[in-house]
Design a protein around this ligand. Structure first.
Ligand code: PGA
Length: 252
């Protein structure tokens, strides 16, 4: 049975002391929660990854990075490698987030290299895909997501692919307060699962965790997560508020 996941993407937020407080608040709150076939992943800024993995050792969450460079080492000033993440006991890494696609011009092809670098080091990619508003309005959302998934992931063999988590994040829903309806989320998740099924077979498709992201909050999480192909969420703004983040987790 596929795992359910709630992952918190802190983006570029929190001072060191605020981050420490938030990590301990989440760790304490998770002590009182029974997670059934589910995982919580916290993705803080890179500077706080070590602190997060220290807290995670005694807590019921995994740590994810928000970005990575594909190579293991070398002259890539300012970058962090998959090998370094593995070394720091970072279990997951978000890639292909729409903010990175937009502000850092990350292409499907470059993301393919990141996927390979992560999997080589046993760090699980949380691969984000999703259309911008004009693409949805033009009825191109399925084609856009298909291309993103195919060009960055479908070179993988079945075993490495099985380690990938997918996050469908319609860009028009990210940070806007406009959430996709449960029907919109479900139909895209079912579409992605169908693509996976055609490429890797029904078993792999059935075991792939597909998260929804985009203005998911304490109020709408339960409805979104109740959809048959929605296996949890990638949470931005609401992951910075411990009470609301816990409400989302307990909506799984
Ligand atoms: P949001 O962000 O929950 O603040 O909309 C989601 C994301 O960017 O992953």
């Amino acid at each position: 049975m596929r795992k359910k996941i709630v992952a918190g993407n802190w983006k570029m937020n929190k001072t060191m002391s605020e981050a420490e407080l938030l990590l301990t608040e989440i760790a304490d709150a998770l002590d009182d929660v029974e997670l059934d076939n589910a995982e919580v992943v916290i993705c803080p800024p890179a500077l706080y990854l070590e602190m997060a993995t220290d807290v995670a050792e005694e807590a019921n969450f995994y740590v994810g990075a928000q970005n990575v460079y594909p190579e293991d080492s070398g002259a890539f000033t300012g970058e962090i490698s998959p090998m370094m993440l593995k070394n720091m006991k970072v279990a997951y890494c978000i890639i292909g987030h729409s903010e990175r696609r937009k502000y850092f011009s990350e292409s499907n092809e470059f993301l393919m290299c990141k996927v390979d670098g992560l999997l080589k080091n046993n760090v699980r990619p949380i691969f984000c895909c999703g259309e911008v508003l004009p693409e949805r309005e033009a009825g191109r959302h399925f084609a856009v997501v298909k291309q993103q998934v195919e060009e960055s992931l479908f070179h993988l063999g079945q075993d490495p692919f099985a380690k990938v988590v997918i996050a469908y994040e319609p860009v028009w829903a990210i940070g806007t307060g406009v959430t996709a309806s449960k029907e919109q989320a479900q139909e895209m998740h079912a579409f992605i699962r169908q693509l996976i099924g055609e490429k890797y077979g029904a078993e792999v498709a059935g075991n792939t965790t597909i998260l929804y992201g985009g203005s998911c909050n304490g109020k709408n999480a339960r409805e979104l997560f109740s959809q048959p192909d929605v296996d949890g969420g990638l949470i931005g703004g609401a992951s910075l508020k411990p009470d609301e983040f816990m409400q989302i987790i307990t909506s799984l």
